[in-house]
Ligand binder design. Structure first.
Ligand code: BES
Ligand code: MN
Ligand code: ZN
Length: 505
């Protein structure tokens, strides 16, 4: 999709369809730039508003035909909800509503008037970035495994965003670039989640990371099984031992040479398929477990974006990659393994595998002497029960959680904190080893987080993000089509951006 900023009145734009956003509380007759469009359209906009046919409710759309009154054949009105709620997330959603509507009509050439362009609360640059993201994210389709072309909608070829003549064109071009990089990195994560496990093996995912690392100027290396054995990553290897695909740990690094920059390590759970192992999952819905590498996809997408946006920070992405399969050689409930950290773990349930691979990866993160470590993982079904569709669970360092909360508000990938009180540790006591890998049903998300906390490098601020159930959705929502969501890419990137912005102050 070619995206550009244009100027001149919206009614003068040549495109298959032009679009404008209207707030719920719009006074009639409509004034300003949209008022001028309304006049050319012989009050069509005022009329649908006053008749109540269009109420400008959040993300509501209405298609009007222009009958030669403007160069474009069609006009889409999109509801923006309340003006006081306007911000990047509202712009993202409204842009997606318009772009998806155009895509459903098989249109390929769209022009949107920048929402709330005269606003003094939301910078135009933010609106343009968000509109870019919304259009790209909303119109994503996972088509690579479809051979029947009529199952695929034509993709949008051009999106023009109309900005006022006074706008700083150079700054807005940067916004389009940032929005595109962020959206495309999210789509990379979605592709990885959507790809079935027979394609998206550990080697495949590491290969994708190697490729984008090369093109974005990132350092890349991989720890293979032999390296993990030498290091003593028995927990990670215990998950891998029942599978047919060798484990890999992809290591991607941005600004590795810049030793004075703050270092943040991002660790993402990369279970390419989670059968549960010997603690086998029920077959109903098991196909969804191809998405159990959503955390790995998120850290890879985030570091790609960080590199392309040249963030002044040393960022490391660690993706421990393996499938979790039952087999004659698989780990058996009750087996005890020694972690990279040295702690022994009694593996009561082989389906609690994410925390095992993350534990060794978190310890390995210490190699980089990080200022902060974040892990992100489709870790517990209990997360879905606790918070449903609208917030990831976070645990750990208060200051990092504060930063993540702000990033969540900006990106719409919101987080909510759960406690890690010492008392939860009781549930992880083992009779035979230092700890066991499950803590029973109560507080399942917390005990998983508590388990991880034991493997974090000493004195390192750390936060755990549980995204189980958020990496993949059954029903499209706003700018997220059904399937892989790429959840976490934008959250992590915004976290890093916020850190850089603060460091500059
Ligand atoms: N990958 C699952 C968690 C999951 C559940 C992700 C639903 C996405 C949607 C994880 O490995 C798992 O199996 N967790 C178990 C842990 C239990 C055995 C302590 C769970 O949540 O049931
Ligand atoms: Mn599992
Ligand atoms: Zn899992």
């Amino acid at each position: 999709m070619h995206i550009e900023v244009v100027s001149g009145p919206i009614e003068a734009q040549t495109a298959q369809v032009i679009a404008v956003g209207l707030f719920e509380d719009t006074e009639l007759p409509v004034k300003g730039a949209i008022g001028e469009l309304d006049a050319v359209l012989r009050q069509a906009i005022s009329t649908v508003l006053s008749d109540g046919d269009f109420r400008a409710k959040k993300n509501e759309t209405l298609l009007l035909y222009a009958y030669g009154l403007v160069p474009a054949r069609r006009v889409i009105l999109v509801g923006m909800g309340k003006r006081t709620h306007y911000g990047k997330e509202a712009a993202r959603q409204a842009a997606a509503a318009v772009a998806v509507k155009a895509q459903d009509l098989h249109l390929t050439d769209l022009c949107i008037a920048a929402f709330d362009a005269e606003s003094d609360t939301v910078p135009l640059a933010d609106t343009v970035e968000a509109v870019t993201e919304g259009a790209l994210l909303g119109t994503y389709q996972f088509t690579e495994l479809k051979t029947e072309r009529d199952a695929v909608k034509p993709s949008l070829e051009r999106l023009a965003i109309v900005a006022p003549p006074t706008a700083d064109a150079k700054r807005l071009a940067q916004s389009i670039r940032a929005g595109s990089v962020i959206a495309e990195s999210t789509l990379l994560a979605r592709d990885l989640v959507n790809r079935p496990a027979n394609i998206a093996s550990p080697a495949h995912i590491a290969g994708v990371a190697r490729e984008f690392a090369a093109s974005a100027g990132l350092d890349f290396r991989v720890l293979d099984k032999a390296a993990m054995e030498t290091l003593g990553m028995e927990l990670l290897l215990s998950v891998n031992q029942g599978g047919g695909e060798p484990a890999q740990m992809a290591i991607v690094e941005h600004n590795a040479q810049h030793t004075t920059l703050p270092t943040v390590v991002l660790v993402g759970k990369g279970i390419t398929f989670d059968t549960g192992g010997i603690s086998l999952k029920p077959s109903e819905g098991m196909e969804k477990m191809k998405g159990d590498m959503g955390g790995a996809a998120a850290v890879l997408g985030a570091i790609r974006a960080a590199a392309l946006l040249d963030l002044p920070m040393h960022v490391v992405a660690l993706a421990p990659l393996t499938e979790n399969m039952p087999d004659a050689r698989a780990t058996k409930p009750g087996d005890v393994k020694r972690s990279l950290k040295g702690l022994t773990v009694e593996i009561i349930n082989t389906d609690a595998e994410g925390r095992l691979v993350l534990a060794d990866a978190l310890t390995y993160a210490g190699e980089f002497s990080p200022d902060a470590v974040l892990d992100i993982a489709t870790l517990t079904g209990a997360r879905v029960i606790a918070l449903g569709d609208h917030a990831a669970a976070v645990m750990g360092d208060e200051a990092l959680i504060g930063r993540l909360k702000r990033a969540g508000e900006i990106t719409g990938e919101r987080v909510w904190q759960l406690p890690l009180f010492e008392e939860y540790g009781e549930q992880l006591k083992s009779d035979v080893a230092d700890l066991k890998n499950v803590g029973g049903r109560p507080a399942g998300t917390i005990t998983a987080g508590f388990f991880l906390s034991k493997f974090v490098p000493e004195d390192t601020p750390w936060v755990h993000i549980d995204i189980a159930g958020l990496g993949m959705i059954d029903k499209a929502r706003s700018y997220v089509p059904a399937g892989g969501t790429g959840f976490g890419v934008r959250l992590l990137l915004e976290f890093l951006r916020g850190w850089c912005a603060e460091a500059q102050e």
